[in-house]
Design a protein around this ligand. Sequence first.
Ligand code: OVV
Length: 404
Amino acid sequence: MTSPAPILHEAPVSDLDPFSLAYFDDPFPHMEALREAGPVVRLRRYGCWAVARHAEVHAVLSDWASFCSSRGVGLADFARETPWRPRSMILEADPPEHTRARAILARVLSPAAMKGLRERFAAAADRLVTGLAARGEIDGIADLAEAYPLSVFPDALGMPQEGREHALPYAAVVFNAFGPDNALRREALESSAPHLSWVADACRQEKLAPGGFGAQIHAAADAGEITRTEAELLTRSLFSAGLDTTVNGIGAALYCLGRFPDQYARLRADPALARAAFEEAVRFESPVQTFFRTTARPVRLGGIALEEGEKVLMFLGSANRDPRKWERPDEYDITRRGSGHVGFGNGVHMCVGQLLARLEGEAILQALARRVTAIEITGTPERRHNNTLRGLARLPLRLHAAAA
Ligand code: OVV
């Protein structure tokens, strides 16, 4: 008559599709449900594991030996299927190969390198914001969140002028491709060929302007540190990761400052808060929402035994809203001590371009703080759907110009 003893530490199961349009339109209740379900949850639909609490996301990010990247950081397992493009040398690699590639990008994007760009980036931000403030009615996405990175990043990289319109569509393909085989991924890949061939060609040494990030990566090949093909691939990584992420980071900051006018007033009163305001927007919206890892060996996580070769989906955006970690997680607060957010990841793969992203975010928010007294949302924001990136397609704004 006695029923068998329950299996202890059996993982909860969820039918959530975190790559559906309904999820993208309002992910927060679903994130909460996942966090409440347990530290590790089985996603039935994709046959993978999910971690949505800060502690477990941080733990997975911090253990590259158990949770590897070399089998891909999307749903596709490179041990079972051929990647849709040649593997990234940095994103889709583990130490020691990763360490070698990372050292080169870290040097190109170093604090010293940022110092050399600061004045130029600040001047470009001020020019753009001055013009937009004079106009008043703008689309915060096209006119600002996209326009600003497009005005500084391709030049800093040394991208050829011709064909730059491929840069954002290319990034959309890359970030959709981390997701499952859904309509977003399929349609992105179907029309990707012209973008892929433009980027591949633009990564060649002879196409990259002297002095830029791309030329500096190729200098590592000149020095015999890496091969020419590897220099092209590393340049491709910068192309892939460096533009759409900052577009969505700046878009997030504008959307936050529009919804939390008291926070904009604080920024306006003290423009030195610009960097913190950007950082808090990265926590609050988490432009990069998710990445996968693959277990490289059997490992226990959150009391659950995972086998080797299983995909684990990390909900960075959910970790950044976890009330176990944050007080008032759903408030955008630019004076919050936000260190420990995982919007840039953590561990050996933590965003190598984070200083560049912050430089862009700080420059644009400082220019706004100086030139604009208030940011008013004047229409319904439209969401842009992507399997990895969270952001808007349209954000109708009225900028109230400060007296000159
Ligand atoms: C972080 C990131 C995003 C997308 C692409 C890459 C990296 C890459 O290395 O290609």
